[in-house]
Ligand binder design. Structure first.
Ligand code: DTR
Length: 343
């Protein structure tokens, strides 16, 4: 009896062991886990779009892919985001390209003063420029989304109603927008958005130049009681993935990511535009912020000062063998097309 029992037990164990060698492992929920790094805090738009993308990916892959999100620079910060993703410190990362102007020359053309009216148009133009010119700078990563902010405006502790008011004012901006502030006579102070709350609090800067959703998301409206509407430039963002990790993904998962590229860009553009408007309303109602609209002639004067920035940039691209003029023309015609569409 005893020997028979042992034999049966042995056969069961052997069968279980052997079958486990041939049956493919069942796919458990979350069997692929990816890390996604972001530099600003969770309530801000780069993180809101990150959570939306995570949700869509987890839903569309039926839980086969799980995304672990890291807002607030907990995995990678604003400046080392791109290199960190290339090195595999994070699988996915969201970066503001404008923080490294020379590195992303082609896509940063969208942050020239080309009168991009909103984030929806900006995001579409940015993605199209990326697809058309296939910049070498993105050769080592897989691009998962690109989008832009709404146009930038001045948020300040003291009112800015004229060029005389902005002269010498310590204002924070980085990337392409930095040159714009200098042209208007401000004392431009460069830093990523994530460093701005402390700089405003400590009085290192008297205000900032950015899309205005930050008045609500960072509660800048508690300190900056004035907004001067110039609607000048947008900031381009990219979401990129480590190339090796991308190549290791099953085809069906890659398809889900690819299908989301355009959708995520336009979702974020729309979210940004609506949220900027909400932020203006909130700042006025809840924080007593004064919104300053410059008279037409005054604004025309401000805009006219920026003409050289585009020309200088085209000259610089000529030296770098980048077709700057063609890129600028492409963006301008996309802006025109968007404005006729809107009419
Ligand atoms: N305007 C850019 C980018 C930017 C706009 N809103 C946010 C929120 C969180 C991080 C970055 C940004 C800037 O001034 O940095």
């Amino acid at each position: 009896m005893k020997t028979t029992f042992k034999k049966v037990l042995f056969s069961i164990l052997a069968a279980t062991f052997l079958s486990s060698l041939f049956i493919p492992a069942p796919v458990f929920a979350g069997s692929i886990t990816l890390s996604y790094a972001n530099f600003p805090p969770a309530p801000t738009f780069p993180c809101v779009q990150m959570e939306r993308w995570k949700e869509e990916v987890e839903k569309r892959t039926n839980g086969k892919v799980a995304i672990n999100t890291f807002p607030g620079g907990t995995l990678l910060g604003a400046k080392n985001m791109f290199d960190g993703v290339i090195a595999g410190q994070a699988d996915i990362g969201c970066l503001c390209m404008a923080y490294q102007p020379g590195r992303f020359m082609i896509t940063n053309a969208t942050s020239l003063p080309l009168e991009i009216p909103d984030a929806k148009t900006g995001s579409k133009a940015l993605l199209e420029i990326y697809k058309k010119y296939k910049p070498e700078s993105f050769g080592k990563v897989k691009v998962l989304a690109m989008f832009t902010t709404a146009p930038s405006n001045i948020m300040s502790k003291k009112p800015v109603r004229s060029l005389a008011d902005i002269k010498g004012m310590d204002l924070r901006a980085s990337g392409g927008a930095a040159q714009i502030l200098k042209t208007w006579g401000a004392n431009q102070v460069g830093m990523p958005m994530s460093a701005t709350p402390e700089a405003l609090q400590k009085g290192v800067v008297q205000g900032l130049f950015s899309s205005v959703e930050v008045m609500k998301d960072f509660k800048f409206a508690e300190l900056c009681k004035y907004m001067t509407m110039t609607d000048t430039v947008i900031y381009p963002f990219a979401v990129v993935m480590n190339m090796e990790k991308w190549n290791s993904l099953p085809k069906d998962v890659q398809k889900v990511f690819d299908d989301l590229i355009e959708e995520q860009s336009s979702w974020t553009g729309n979210y940004m535009d609506n949220h900027a408007l909400e932020s203006i309303e909130w700042s006025k109602k809840e924080q007593g912020v004064e919104v300053i609209t410059l008279p037409k002639e005054e604004l025309a004067k401000w805009n006219a000062m920026l003409g050289n920035i585009v020309d200088d940039w085209i000259k610089k691209t000529d030296q770098n063998k980048v077709p700057g003029k063609a890129i600028v023309d492409d963006i301008s015609s996309m802006v025109k097309a968007a404005s006729t569409e809107a009419k």
